[in-house]
Write a protein that binds this ligand. Sequence first.
Ligand SMILES: [Zn+2]
Ligand SMILES: [Zn+2]
Length: 333
Amino acid sequence: MLTLTPKGLYCPAGDFYIDPKRRVDHAVITHAHSDHARRGSSMYYCVHSGVDLLRTRIGAVKVKTYSFGERFEINGVSLSLHPAGHILGSSQVRIEHGGEVWVASGDYKRDEDPTCEPFESVACDVFVTEATFGTPAFTWEKGQDLGLQIFEWWSRNRQRGVNSVLFAYSLGKAQRVLGVLQKHTRNPVHCDPLVSEMNRHYRAQGIALAPTICLSQVTETQPLKGELFLVPQSFLKSSQSHLLGPRYETAFASGWMAGGQRGFGGGYDHGFVMSDHADWNDLLRTIKETGARRVYVQHRGEGALVKHLRQLGVEAFPESDLIGGRQEQLTLF
Ligand SMILES: [Zn+2]
Ligand SMILES: [Zn+2]
């Protein structure tokens, strides 16, 4: 059903790609992150809630949009999109053809996130799963109040008159931070212009975020005191970095903060384990819930996960085994 080509995951029967790396005729897009949504294709397919983010990222492209679970066809092959819980509008792709069902997960997570549609398990014969955190080192405690943790860190700094700088990806993670902070604060969060633009799309879909101020509107020449900045790392070198003053604290919100990697990539004062990807346990849980007879594993960590699944008796392969249609026929019952 799917093969891996230099342009990405390809369905020969329907002549479409999932998150193609280059321009193609038919591009089914799981979500608007730049490693999944690229310019240049003739026709795009995504869910209604993802289209504004997609166009913000790649321009005024031609898009067909669908509701979650709605059936549609590309060249006679039946598809539907299902929530992946990763960012707003993120989708798994279900493909049904010739009596077989495949699901390509895209990026997904099972942790609670008030800013996107919750993950839905989709039964399938073959599951192509991401595995960003595909090693047992990446497991984290569930049900934590991350909003409270961030708010308390900010409050401690505020009491000392120190600014708080939280680094987070501008699409998805930043809005999740604002979503979980929303019930804790009425003080506005200072946001990078890119973050602010994404915030606008989230709010337009009725998603509640903490109040924000866009940094492009801040003209102060003196440092601020006790504020929270939600920005990319480049902010520290920008012309507005004077707003932070001489004393500030930094933190990073990421799954990489799990696994004993506090300070990962740059010596932060604080780390919040907030991931947009499934941890090890949720990868295993999800694979089990799909009931798939065969699993292909994408991204790093594939070695550990493939090995573990095989020990559990699951037919598991690295994604590279999809190159050139090498996969064997599924044994039919
Ligand atoms: Zn992503
Ligand atoms: Zn990704």
